[in-house]
Design a protein around this ligand. Structure first.
Ligand code: GLN
Length: 556
């Protein structure tokens, strides 16, 4: 329920000077503060590129693809949104210029424009406004709209024009504008420079947008003198010039913004009368992070090793799990392409091993070695999606007598396709179901949330109880035809999907291995700092136990 019965109000967040200043975290933090004031809030991300589907973009270029419950492949900022506020994101909370144009062109083809000349203004800008309204829905008090890109780029102009028009149409008290800029420290001069901010606000004003507040990113707090200068040149009240300095922990940002009155300013502008903000739980969270009692080191054996943005949600999920085990989680990236039967022994020093999701053949044999090493040396192992598939392949090859077993993704002609494409299945009523393509290039990707029944007496059951619901993003599945061979050899299938009867979780019995689990889904997308995620919490717990056991052995 929203707090008031008035219409939804909007906060538009733009960025200036350079990208990657943390607009997503800033937007999510403001949303979190507003939520703590009792408002119902959502967030929307507009991406100014032409790709219709962020799912098809390389994680090298764009970081992780975040997946929502309803199966949208979105920008990783939506992950931050879900970790900061309670509203869950949907397909409509993220759209690209490509999607806008696609929709406009489809309307044009259908003749919806009745032969008129179709133009950026008004047709594209109207479409953007419609998408923004649709993203907001009609259940929230405030929708915070993060506009990707940098003011001054050709690409983001239609977005800026559209939201300017929106605020004009909606009238005073309904929209606020926030602008995030960079105030660089110039070591040679020993000064923070405000000029780029002045210019970026000028650009914004040229378009007709007057920011209500500036979030000034710097590596240090900005002194009042510089804030006064920015205020004067940018025509923004001094209390609206907010200093956002670098912090070691993103969960400190809500407190930082609140301390400088950002939520007060936004609520005044939007004429929202609420209870005061209460950031108690954020303070507690930060305190937990800063005072861990233990530390574990996890080996993450993946491919995009030097780009931790590809595993944003995974890193966060591990951190959350650490918080709830009073443990600092250190993640070390191990390039699976460097793993050989000899070098894999270097994994012995880790408290646990994790093989994350991935696509393509490169580095796969190294991941299989990592799974084998974890199994044989009884090191806690968590395999996520591809990590579950390599654990299955490894078990097939070395325990089930299926030499040369593989996934058809990596070896189409493999003698034993223990992981393969399954496009059709039979429902309990006998009807044959086909998986539908959800993204243009995605083919038959299994996307979004699905539920599974969990087998009693298993580790998965201890963690999840009878039913688990998790999000997916993959194509290949454990091949039903090999399940008997695998289970006869001792692998436990501890969860299968309710509808399609697909293998969701494989594990080793605890009598054989202390903690060895592979999951076909991506649990990291549902982890929040508040509860932590049960699977990750259990994994970190196992890592601690393994560490203690090793210490005991050394002492003995
Ligand atoms: N490449 C594998 C598949 O498509 C795993 C995907 C993943 O890890 N997300 O099934």
């Amino acid at each position: 329920m929203r707090a008031s019965n008035a219409m939804t109000k909007f906060v538009f967040v733009t960025g200036g000077v350079v990208s990657s200043l943390g607009k997503g975290i800033a937007s999510a933090s403001l949303a979190a503060i507003l939520e703590s004031r009792g408002l119902k809030v959502t967030l929307i991300k507009l991406d100014p590129y032409l790709n219709v589907d962020p799912g098809t973009m390389s994680p090298f270029q764009h970081g992780e693809v975040f997946v929502t419950d309803d199966g949208a492949e979105t920008d990783l900022d939506l992950g931050h949104y879900e970790r900061f506020i309670t509203t869950r994101m949907k397909k409509t909370n993220n759209f690209t210029t490509g999607q806008i144009y696609k929709s406009v062109l489809e309307k044009e083809r259908r003749g919806d424009y009745l032969g008129k000349t179709v133009q950026v203004i008004p047709h594209v800008t109207n479409e953007i406004q419609e998408f923004v309204r649709r993203g907001a829905g009609d259940e929230v008090d405030v929708a915070i709209v993060e506009i990707g890109g940098t003011v001054g780029d050709i690409e983001s102009l239609p977005f800026l024009e559209a939201v300017r028009q929106m605020s004009l149409k909606m009238g005073p008290g309904s929209c606020a504008f926030l602008h995030l800029t960079l105030v660089p420290w110039i070591p040679a001069a020993g000064e923070l420079k405000t000029k780029p901010t002045q210019h970026s606000v000028q650009k914004l004003r040229e378009i007709g947008i007057m920011p209500d507040a500036l979030l000034c990113r710097a590596d240090r707090p900005i002194p009042d003198e510089e804030r006064a200068k920015i205020s004067l040149f940018a025509n923004v009240h001094e209390f609206g010039v907010i200093s956002v300095w670098d912090v070691d922990n993103i969960y400190k940002v809500p407190r930082m913004l609140h301390a400088q009155g950002l939520d007060e300013l936004i609520c005044a502008k939007l004429q929202l009368h609420t209870k005061p903000a209460n950031l108690g739980r954020w303070d507690k969270l930060v305190d937990e992070v800063e005072h861990p009692q233990h530390e574990v080191t996890i080996a993450m054996c993946g491919k995009y090793v030097d780009l931790s943005d590809s595993y944003k949600s995974l890193n966060e999920a591990l951190r959350h799990a650490g918080i709830h085990n009073h443990t600092r989680v250190k993640i070390e990236y191990v390039d699976s392409e460097d793993l050989t039967p000899t070098s894999v022994a270097n994994l012995a020093r880790f408290d646990a091993i994790l093989v994350p999701g991935g696509f393509g053949k490169r580095g796969v044999e190294g991941k299989i070695l990592a799974a084998q090493y974890a199994r044989e040396k009884k090191i806690p192992y968590l395999g996520i999606c591809l990590g579950m598939q390599v654990a299955t392949i490894e078990y097939a090859r070395h325990k089930a007598g299926l030499a040369g077993a593989n996934s058809t993704e990596f070896e189409p002609e493999t003698a034993h396709p223990v992981i393969a494409l399954i496009d059709e299945w039979e429902d309990p009523d006998g009807s044959v179901q086909k998986r539908t393509a959800q993204s243009d290039l995605g083919g038959t990707m299994r996307l979004g949330a699905q539920s599974s029944d969990v087998k009693p007496g298993t580790l998965a059951h201890e963690i999840y109880g009878n039913v688990l619901t998790e999000r997916h993003r993959h194509r290949y599945e454990a091949n039903e035809n090999y399940l008997d061979r695998l289970t006869d050899a001792g692998l436990v299938i501890s969860a299968i999907t309710q509808r399609e009867k697909l293998t969701e979780v494989v594990e080793l019995p605890t009598s054989v291995h202390p903690w060895f689990i592979g999951v076909q889904f991506h649990p990291e997308f549902k982890s929040t700092p508040w509860g932590g995620h049960p699977l990750f919490k259990s994994f970190i717990h196992a890592a601690l136990a393994h560490q203690a056991e090793r210490a005991e052995k050394v002492a003995a």
